[in-house]
Ligand binder design. Sequence first.
Ligand SMILES: C[S@@+](CC[C@H](N)C(=O)[O-])C[C@H]1O[C@@H](n2cnc3c(N)ncnc32)[C@H](O)[C@@H]1O
Length: 245
Amino acid sequence: MYGGSRIPRIPDIIGALWQTCGLQVGSKVADVCCGRGYSSVELALRGADVWALDFSKEFIANLDHASKALGLGIVTREGNAEELQPEDSVCTTMILWNSLGYNGPEADLKILANARASTHASGSLVVELATLEELSKEPHKVTERGIGESHTFRRIRNLNTQTGLLSADWAIFDEHGAPIRSGRFSQTVYPKAEVIRMMNAAGWSYVTDSDRVPLTCEPTGTLFIGMAESDSSSESCTKCRGVIP
Ligand SMILES: C[S@@+](CC[C@H](N)C(=O)[O-])C[C@H]1O[C@@H](n2cnc3c(N)ncnc32)[C@H](O)[C@@H]1O
């Protein structure tokens, strides 16, 4: 279900984050809630040592297939980001493309804290989330686009601007206009200040975001950048230069 206009932009987004997070060949990156792993593949192609996690068995199987075909050696896990973390700590954790908000604020706090526990001191966090401020500009939105083989994707999105509850119905239609797949999802959309508050509460220090310091890419939401402060339990890493201003 994920792709569309975002896929051609992945190299730009990952390129900008590669710079910002000071990544190098051999840096360890966790792609948490990786979906089909488009970002994981791009990171691994650049030489990162990628660990990727998602709930979805199907998405993880897709990523395993791509990783094997390209000889990338991405380590994948199927499971819950509230509980699972990389076996070895990482330089950067990325939670990209609106992957929080599915199970409420407590679950999101756990995901962020779990990520903090598995990221090096001075390592970084990137969270890409559409904010309530952004989505409230168009609370009811219909998106329609061609997705190849004469199929059309349509999503009808409704946002309650008071509660932040977003619900969306999507469907794929064949060349005759008949639906071949459909589904629905709901998600909590946070105000920008709440994302920053949750990052801080989970032990990250918020550094900046793409509204304040535009990056050379066009993200799907705001890109929040955080840093893991030093603590005695963390090791120092030679493959990570931290957030580059
Ligand atoms: C909108 S998709 C984004 C996928 C991916 N980050 C990307 O940029 O292509 C959200 C993904 O988050 C996953 N997800 C949501 N909550 C999760 C959790 N608690 N643990 C693991 N995966 C989760 C879903 O299965 C889905 O694949």
